[in-house]
Design a protein around this ligand. Structure first.
Ligand code: NAP
Length: 663
């Protein structure tokens, strides 16, 4: 089979479609049946059947017996959502017919679908899980009630009212907020401390940086790029995407670069936030905003442990998120501290080009098999994206569907399970055994390494990494030392471990993570009654829906506490829903012509109790586990233990009983 490399045609923006990457027309199919059969043989069947049903308007083939069973995923995803061989055979026949129809009837575009067609296709893809459907409609360009975009405009609700919102940060969250607030015509200013768009993807530019979740689950519902080059996008590709989104959303005029938020004080009488910012020139500015939307990330503040003697080391020390491009590490002796998601990308990217690699491991990571981790998108996929109208979007929706249950079932603790502290349930133990077996295969001949890299905690208790063999390869290189003796101190020459070994190195990379519990560190937010937000939290970050905090009216956090998905869900979905929730609150303020809305302490307590109860049932919530998902007191303050569908539901409206409306 031959496929061309021709790029997907430039997206046409259409005012009535909520997608900055919407494409009206696709390339006509001219290929013969044999070629089409080869395409079908390699395609993802549920996504293709959905796309073809939408394009032809014929949903008759999507019968109950053909629905993908969505077999729960332990370690590796089941092809076609677990469809049986017989289902796959029938699906391929249907798909081939559908492709022939596109060709013979010259179908190259599809418009928004009738509601019953959308419903039929979503019932098919979700195997009848109707409770998931609203959250999926939120993602589907072709749904007549897609949602997401505000249905109201500032001028209609509050003509002439002086009202300006401050959006903090131009990363994934800030861009989402900017786009939605612009759509509602709500006046806003966006500030960004650095001089570029991109947030975490601008800061993290270490060697090997890329996504470690599938690319097609990592885009905005309102900017569904489909011509991604890699299955797991490289950092630069994501940065480029974010810049393109910001440009298409027309955000440039709203952003003040080199401007950092340092303080915001709620003025009760005026009902405004008095905001202090500092420019890169050091000049302090004070101004007033009616509301603040914070897009400051959870994984924003680098954690460099206070190693004794750190200052004595004569070479450079850099954190993974503060990579210094001017330092040439090639041919040098390099130490990498940490074995989390960042180290896992840095070490394989450097190992072949350094003189020596010393990797300091405190705990071994779990790794999920992902043989395609470094692969480009294949030719068949690109062909489908170019020729089947909205195939890329349907594939994205299919990935999102699979992400709703995710791998929850494999991390839920079983009451009375005897395998603790190594596993939390029978399924979890099965995952453990499978993953260890896989490592054993990769580390053949190195039982020493297998012992050192076998985690002593349950799979899923910490973030699981993607394994295509490069980690084992890196560890097995002669120039690599895996050091598990704790770091005693730094010396001028290198790092001394507690077993008395001195590792002489030229450069130290601290891939030691972030301080998510110190959320909003460096920023003072003073709310009602003069209470500062960190004093309110006392080290335990909490927010209603992950967005609002009692006593801090009209203050919203995007991707705040307890909304991070770790075995399921989509980061963009959670951020977008937080933005939409904030806009719903702002709408209340405008429509009621009041100063502000504040969430009640009772509502926050209820939300936290609900989230805590579920987190306690998960691997990461067990008392014998330590992970950055928890704060200093051990409470899981970062993770969202429910599904996207659940978050869709709780962010759908501003419950009057949970809020105080401040006139
Ligand atoms: P991390 O997962 O928190 O890992 C930090 C590592 O440093 C851990 O191995 C930790 O050991 C170790 N460490 C911390 N303090 C130490 C000390 N005093 N001595 C020795 N070792 C120490 O940080 P990260 O790798 O930067 O990743 C953080 C999160 O960022 C990820 O979980 C993920 O959500 C995100 N991330 C995503 C991507 C991606 O999508 N591509 C890439 C990178 C990061 P312990 O495990 O024992 O604590």
């Amino acid at each position: 089979m031959t496929t061309t490399d021709k790029a997907v045609p430039m997206a046409a923006q259409r005012a009535d479609i909520d997608d900055l990457f919407w494409q009206d027309d696709y390339e006509p199919i001219t290929a013969d049946d044999a070629f089409l059969a080869e395409v079908v043989a390699k395609a993802d069947l549920p996504a293709l059947l959905a796309a073809l049903a939408a394009a032809t308007g014929d949903t008759s083939g999507l019968v109950e017996d053909l629905r993908p069973p969505l077999t729960p995923v332990d370690t590796v995803g089941h092809p076609h959502g677990g469809m049986t061989e017989a289902q796959q055979e029938l699906a391929r026949r249907l798909a081939l017919d559908g492709l022939r129809r596109l060709r013979d009837e010259h179908i190259t575009s599809v418009d928004v679908l009738p509601d019953d067609t959308v419903q039929h296709i979503l019932t098919f893809l979700t195997n009848g899980n109707e409770s998931w459907v609203p959250s999926l409609r939120h993602e589907l360009d072709l749904a007549p009630d897609k949602g997401g975009a505000p249905s109201w405009r500032f001028g209609e609700l509050a003509p002439g009212r002086e009202f300006e919102v401050l959006v903090v940060g131009a990363g994934i969250a800030g861009i989402a907020a900017g786009h939605r607030y612009a759509q509602a015509d709500v006046p806003f200013t966006m500030i960004e401390a650095s001089d570029r768009i991109g947030g975490t993807w601008w800061k993290n530019r270490y060697p090997g940086v890329r996504l470690d979740t599938p690319t097609f689950g990592y885009s905005y519902s309102f900017a569904q790029k489909t011509d991604w080059p890699h299955q797991f996008a490289q950092g630069a590709e994501i940065l480029d995407y974010l810049e393109t989104v910001a440009e298409r959303a027309g955000l440039a005029d709203h952003i003040e670069f080199g401007t950092r938020l340092t303080r915001a004080v709620w003025d009760e009488a005026k009902g405004v936030w008095v905001v202090t910012t500092v420019g890169s020139d050091g000049v302090t500015t004070e101004r007033m905003f009616a509301a603040i939307v914070s897009g400051l990330g959870q994984l924003d503040i680098p954690h460099i442990p206070d190693f004794p003697g750190l200052a004595d080391f004569t070479g450079p020390v850099m954190h993974s998120a503060e990579w210094d491009d001017t330092i040439d590490w090639h041919g040098k002796r390099v130490a990498v501290i940490g074995t989390g998601a960042s180290a896992y990308q840095i070490v394989p990217a450097m190992v072949d080009e350094v003189a020596k690699m010393v990797l300091f491991q405190r705990s071994a990571p779990w790794m999920l098999p992902a043989p395609n981790y470094h692969d480009t998108v294949d030719g068949t996929f690109s062909w489908l994206v170019r020729h089947v109208p909205h195939y890329g979007q349907w594939y994205r929706l299919w990935v999102t569907t699979l992400g709703i249950p995710g791998r929850f079932h494999s991390v839920e603790a079983e009451e009375g399970w005897e395998g603790v502290p190594l596993s939390v349930s029978r399924t979890n133990q099965k995952v453990r055994d499978e993953l260890i077996g896989r490592m054993a295969e990769q580390l053949q001949g190195r039982p020493d390494l297998l012992e050192l890299t076998t985690p002593s905690y349950p799979p899923g208790a910490k973030r699981m990494l993607r394994d295509n063999g490069v980690w084992a390869y890196s560890l097995m290189q002669e120039r690599t030392t895996l050091e598990t003796s704790p770091i005693a101190r730094f010396t001028p020459e290198g790092i001394l471990t507690e077993d008395g070994t001195l590792h002489e190195v030229d450069l130290v990379v601290c891939a030691t993570g972030f301080r998510p519990s110190d959320y909003l560190d460096g920023v003072e937010i003073v709310g009602r009654g003069g209470v500062e937000i960190h004093d309110f939290w006392k080290g335990d970050t909490r927010a209603y829906n992950g967005v609002t905090v009692p006593g801090f009216p009209n203050f919203f956090m995007l991707y705040g506490p307890n909304v991070g998905g770790v075995v399921a869900g989509s980061l963009h979905f959670m951020i977008e829903r937080a933005v939409e929730f904030s806009l719903k609150v702002v709408r209340e303020v405008l429509a009621r012509d009041i100063k502000a809305v504040d969430v009640t302490p009772e509502a926050l307590d209820r939300f936290v109790a609900w989230v805590d109860a579920a987190n306690r049932r998960m691997a990461w919530g067990q008392p014998y586990v330590r992970t950055w998902y928890q704060n200093a007191s051990g409470r899981v303050s970062q993770v969202w233990p429910y599904t996207n569908a659940d978050y869709w539901e709780i962010t759908e409206s501003v419950a009057p009983g949970d809020h105080e409306f401040i006139a």
